[in-house]
Design a protein around this ligand. Structure first.
Ligand SMILES: [Mg+2]
Length: 356
C-alpha cells in the first residue's frame, strides 16, 4: 500500500514576509515582481487571505489590485529569503522521510508508506509534520494525503488554507467526480475548453468518456487525463537526495529573450559545473537546464547521456535543451545548469591524465 503526502505552503511568499513583519498578518498584503518601468508596479505573485477577500489574486497587475483594495500593502519580492525559508522547510520534512520530491519552491511530495501502516497513522504523521513546520519555520502549510501523487495533490487543494485532507483509495473516485474537469491536475483552461466542447464538463464525465476518442484528440496526454479522472497515477516520488548533483545558476543581467544574453551564461555555468565535477572526480549521466521566468515560474528540462566527464557535453546539452524548450520571445530571468547521475571516476581520470 502506498501513502503519499503533498505538503504545500500556504500563500508562501507573503507568509515569509509576515515572519519579517508580523503586523502584515492583519492587513491585506501581496508580493509583487516589482517593475523597472515607470508607472507600473509589477504583477502580483502571491497575496495573503485578507487580500483575497477583495478579489486580489496572483497574476493580476498590481495597479489593478490596488483598485480593488486601496489598503493593499505591496511588497517587492525577496527571493533570496524565500529560498532560505524553502530550504528550512525541506530540512524539516527530510526528518520525517528520505523519500521527498520537491516539485517547486513551496511544494513537496513525501512518500510515507514505510512510516505509516494505515491512513489513520499517516494522518497523525501529517499533523506532526505540519506542526513542526509551523513551530520551527514559522510558516503555515496544507497537507493532502492519498494513495498516489494525484490524489494527494487534489486533496491538498481541497484542504487549503491551513488544513489537512485525507482521501482514502476507496473514496478517491467519488472525491474527484464532483469536481469540474478544469480543476483536475494537469488540465489547464485551454484543455478544459476543448473538453467542454466535447461535452465533458466534470471529472465524472471525463472518467466515463471514450478513452480512444480522448487519445485521438490529445495523444498520450488524453490517456493521462483519462487515468487521472479515474484516480489512477502510478508515478513514483522521485527523491533528489538519493542522487548527488552539481549545479550552478545565475540571474541574467537583465530579463532577456535574446540568445546572445543567455548562451554565454550557459557556457560559463557549464564550465563551472564541469570544473567542480573534475575537482571532485565525478563523471555524469544527466544534464539539467533550469529556466526561471520573471514571474518566477520555473522549468526544468533534463537529458540523459552516456556517462561522460567532458565539459563540452554539458555545454552542448544545455544549449540543446535551451534551443528546444525555451519559449522563443519569452524573457528569462535566471538560468541554471546541473549534472546528476554522478559516478566517481577518479581512477579513470588519473589514467587519462597519465597518458595526456
Ligand atoms: Mg503553495
Amino acid at each position: 500500500m502506498r501513502i503519499i503526502l503533498l505538503i504545500d505552503m500556504d500563500y508562501f511568499f507573503v507568509a515569509c514576509e509576515e515572519i519579517k513583519d508580523p503586523s502584515l498578518r492583519e492587513k491585506p498584503a501581496a508580493v509583487t515582481t516589482g517593475s523597472e518601468r515607470e508607472g507600473s508596479k509589477g504583477v502580483i505573485m502571491t497575496c495573503n487571505y485578507p487580500a483575497r477577500k477583495f478579489g486580489v489574486h496572483s497574476g493580476m497587475g498590481a495597479n489593478q489590485a490596488l483598485g480593488m483594495c486601496g489598503d493593499l500593502v505591496l511588497l517587492k519580492e525577496d527571493f533570496k529569503f524565500y529560498e532560505k525559508k524553502s530550504a528550512d522547510v525541506a530540512f524539516i520534512i527530510k526528518k520525517y522521510s528520505s523519500l521527498v520530491e520537491q516539485v517547486s519552491i513551496d511544494e513537496s511530495f513525501v512518500d510515507v508508506s514505510d512510516k505509516a501502516s494505515t491512513y489513520e497513522k499517516a494522518l497523525d504523521y501529517a499533523k506532526t509534520i505540519k506542526e513542526d513546520i509551523r513551530n520551527s519555520a514559522g510558516l503555515p502549510c496544507s497537507v493532502g494525503i492519498g494513495p498516489n501523487k494525484l490524489i494527494a495533490k487534489m486533496a491538498c487543494d481541497a484542504a487549503k488554507p491551513n488544513g489537512i485532507r485525507l482521501v482514502k483509495p476507496e473514496d478517491a473516485k467519488a472525491f474527484l467526480s464532483a469536481l469540474p474537469a478544469g480543476k483536475l491536475y494537469g488540465i489547464g483552461s485551454k484543455t478544459a475548453e476543448k473538453l467542454s466542447r466535447m461535452g465533458i464538463k466534470t471529472v465524472k464525465d471525463l472518467a466515463s468518456s471514450n478513452k480512444m476518442q480522448l487519445m485521438d484528440r490529445f495523444g498520450t496526454f488524453g490517456l493521462e487525463i483519462y487515468n487521472y479522472a479515474n484516480g489512477i497515477d502510478d508515478s513514483e516520488v522521485v527523491s533528489e537526495y538519493e542522487t548527488k548533483s552539481i549545479g550552478r545558476e545565475r540571474t541574467l543581467r537583465r530579463d532577456s529573450a535574446e540568445d546572445g544574453d543567455v548562451v554565454p551564461v550557459l557556457r560559463a555555468l557549464s564550465r563551472e559545473v564541469s570544473d567542480e565535477a573534475r575537482a571532485q572526480g565525478y563523471s555524469f549521466k544527466v544534464v539539467t537546464l533550469k529556466m526561471r521566468y520573471p514571474d518566477f515560474s520555473e522549468h526544468l528540462k533534463s537529458k540523459a547521456l552516456k556517462m561522460s566527464d567532458k565539459e563540452s557535453d554539458i555545454e552542448k546539452t544545455a544549449e540543446e535543451l535551451f534551443a528546444k524548450y525555451h519559449d522563443k520571445g519569452a524573457k528569462l530571468r535566471k538560468v541554471g545548469v546541473r549534472i546528476s547521475g554522478l559516478v566517481k571516476s577518479k581512477s579513470q581520470r588519473s589514467m587519462s591524465e597519465f597518458f595526456a
